[in-house]
Design a protein around this ligand. Structure first.
Ligand SMILES: [Zn+2]
Length: 183
């Protein structure tokens, strides 16, 4: 990621209906459905856990955490930041769908470490409107995990705040490192 507000261009992307990436994914889904059998689960996660993580493509949450289909809620965004919308999802997860634990996962080499709030001003310069949302860029990933844990633990809408733990995933080793909320 760069500090430019411009999205990376894919000018060579073919139109829908060709050999676009979406077509490839839809084809893969047909194969998936051919061997899919309905596990007959309801919507409540088996392990009663919600995982909040960065959207980073190198982080395969299910593989990295030994999770199976139906085990958990996964809530992902740029940075794994605890935004209002993440709180919305966690509130529904806990109050309507029975989860009890929250795991927060940031990672090494996050794109948000190379951004600043200038990103918003660049957007404003380009399109004439400043986004209402914060970029939530950070310099210190450990501190950002602590901040995320704090936002969950102090939120009035959440029922279950005793088991909230935060980690940094190392994209080179695949290992999680736990962050002490107090240090
Ligand atoms: Zn990231």
């Amino acid at each position: 990621m760069t500090t430019s507000a411009h999205l990376p261009g894919h000018s060579s992307s073919p139109a829908a209906g060709g050999d676009s990436v979406t077509e490839r994914l839809v084809d893969a889904n047909r194969h998936y459905a051919e061997s899919f059998t309905d596990p007959g689960m309801d919507a409540r996660p088996v392990l009663r856990v919600a995982v909040v993580a960065c959207m980073d493509a190198r982080l395969d949450l299910h593989a990295a955490l030994g999770l199976e289909l139906g085990d958990c809620h996964t809530i992902r965004n740029a940075g794994g930041v605890v935004t209002d919308d993440v709180i919305r999802s966690l509130t529904i997860s806990q109050r309507a769908l029975g989860t009890r634990s929250v795991i927060l996962i940031h990672h090494t080499g996050c794109g948000l470490e190379s951004l600043t709030e200038d990103f918003r001003h660049e957007l404003e310069d380009e399109v004439g409107q400043r986004p209402a949302w914060a970029v939530e860029a950070f310099r210190d990933v450990d501190q950002d995990v602590r901040q995320s844990m704090q936002r969950v633990r102090t939120n009035p809408f959440l029922l279950h705040k005793d088991d909230v733990r935060g980690f940094v995933f190392d994209v080179h080793t695949g290992l999680l490192r736990e962050i002490d909320p107090a240090s």
